[in-house]
Design a protein around this ligand. Structure first.
Ligand SMILES: Nc1ncnc2c1ncn2[C@@H]1O[C@H](COP(=O)(O)OP(=O)(O)OP(=O)(O)O)[C@@H](O)[C@H]1O
Ligand SMILES: [Mg+2]
Ligand SMILES: [Zn+2]
Length: 453
């Protein structure tokens, strides 16, 4: 195969060099030189792909509904915005061993059941290893091709032979192209391979799913550039020591990024969990000071979660604030409000806040729950376990309105909760059959309501 010329370009200042340099002589940055294909070969490629499109008036553009293919896995479909869009490039990112290959092999199996042809490029595992996993997942189909290959240049030929509807690349960090001299997994290689797959998706209208590893810091390994190239970034998260996994869209050109999908990892593969509250609410729960239930809203689905706080006199000069699943700075703000507006003395107390089940909550509607958990733990009172707390807390101690309040209450009612403490500012003009509603204006009102129960 003819080798294309390559060069190294500084990502900071654009300086070009023929070989790799650790330090850029122009801007003195370290490790910023990345290999690229020399631009005149690139230009030729670009020229040949220029089509005869003309500028169109926006009103004259016909609407072709993008064709979506359901994966038959409804949790995955929801995160994708209703299924895989034909001709799109999707990145499935996740930390090592979280179950990316399992999810994608299971999805491939489902797509084959719908009479679609899948070409699975296995760059990390041998065909036998994939076969063993397929056995475990009980995948049995004549339409799934496993292609153990790390050189992506040979893909064109295989695609012409097999004519797949979907191509899976496991993983983008393990494949390389001969056009560049740097090794697989380097920024240049990952970007070049991803660009190639993007062209493949757009020109041949093939849906491409690539797997990418996430580093310890939570970044998609190597290049952030990947996120810009692809149409959607779906992140697979979870605790290695627990069996459930959370799927969420970080970027999606064809749908919202607020949906999450929840799975349980079992020996026969990933099982969808359509009622996640069972998972996050501790069944053998005993009422303890500092434990409360909140109704968070993740995408189109409310989630009832348990928050636990532990407050105790600190043996250290500076008290510690340690959180798990909620933003630490949010907790610091709530602590400040509790001190100033409620009059709690927390300056000599260590505070730990934990979301049960390992979920991460980012929305402010959890504030009231966090505040009440801390206050009740400090005062050693328990909150009735059939009470759910919803509300954002403002700096002056007021309870601010939240979105989707009705939906959250309905979900709590469905799960057998009998009391909801909600923001008065929502002006909820509604009564519910089985759940009593207490509307509160200020954080102090909520704490009084709780302790009177
Ligand atoms: N026989 C088995 N029974 C139950 N669970 C298994 C079995 N084999 C593997 N697993 C689960 O599958 C996980 C690995 O899944 P998978 O290989 O899909 O992950 P991955 O994200 O592709 O990993 P990698 O980063 O190595 O490619 C393991 O962590 C384990 O939880
Ligand atoms: Mg894998
Ligand atoms: Zn430079």
């Amino acid at each position: 195969m003819k080798r294309v010329k390559s060069k190294f370009v500084c990502t900071e200042c654009g300086y070009e060099a023929a070989g790799y340099l650790g330090k850029c002589p122009e801007c003195n940055s370290w490790g910023t030189l990345v290999e690229e294909v020399v631009s005149d070969t690139l230009n030729n490629k670009k020229l040949s792909t220029i089509n005869d499109e003309k500028p169109l008036l926006i009103n004259d553009i016909p609407i072709n509904e993008s064709v979506r293919v359901s994966t038959n896995i409804s949790e995955f479909d929801r995160v994708l915005g209703g299924g895989l869009v034909q001709g799109s490039l999707v990145l499935l990112a996740g930390s090592p061993g979280i179950g990316k290959s399992t999810l994608i092999l299971q999805t491939s199996g489902q797509l084959c059941n719908k009479n679609l042809k899948v070409l699975y490029v296995s760059a990390e595992e041998s065909a036998t290893q994939v076969k063993l996993r397929a056995e475990r997942l009980k995948i049995n189909t004549d339409l799934l091709y496993i292609y153990p290959q790390t050189n992506i240049d040979s893909l064109d030929e295989q695609i012409n032979n097999i004519k797949p509807d979907i191509v899976v690349v496991d993983s983008i960090q393990a494949v390389y192209t001969n056009n560049l001299t740097s090794s697989a997994g380097s920024v240049g290689q990952v970007r070049e391979c991803c660009n190639y797959l993007m062209r493949l998706a757009k020109t041949k209208n093939i849906t491409v799913v690539v797997i990418g590893h996430v580093t310890k810091e939570g970044n998609i390994a190597g290049p952030k550039v990947l996120e810009h190239i692809v149409d959607a970034v779906i992140q697979f998260e979870g605790d290695k020591y627990k069996s459930y996994r959370i799927l969420r869209a970080i970027k999606n050109r064809f749908g919202t990024t607020s949906e999450v999908g929840i799975f349980d990892m079992r020996s026969n593969g990933l099982v969808e969990i359509s009622n996640p509250c069972e998972l996050f609410l501790n069944e053998n729960h005993i009422e303890t000071p500092g434990s409360v239930i909140i109704a968070a809203s993740e995408g189109s689905r409310p989630l009832l979660l348990e928050i636990q706080a532990l407050v105790g006199i600190t043996p250290y000069p500076a008290p510690r604030r340690i959180t798990n699943g909620v933003d630490t700075s949010r907790v610091l703000q709530i602590l400040a409000v509790l001190e100033k507006r409620v009059g709690l003395n927390l300056s000599k107390q260590d505070v730990y806040v934990n979301v049960i089940g390992g979920m991460n909550i980012s929305e402010p509607a959890a504030d009231l729950g966090i505040a009440v958990a801390i206050a009740t733990c400090l005062n050693d009172v328990t909150v009735n376990m059939h009470t759910v707390l919803i509300g954002e807390i403002g700096l002056s101690g007021e309870i601010r309105p939240v979105n989707d309040l009705e939906k959250r209450i309905y979900e709590a009612e469905k799960l057998g909760f009998t009391h909801a403490i909600v923001p008065k500012a929502n002006n909820l003009n509604k009564s519910f059959e089985k759940i009593k509603i207490s509307e509160v204006n200020r954080i102090t009102d909520a704490i009084i309501k709780i302790t009177k129960e």
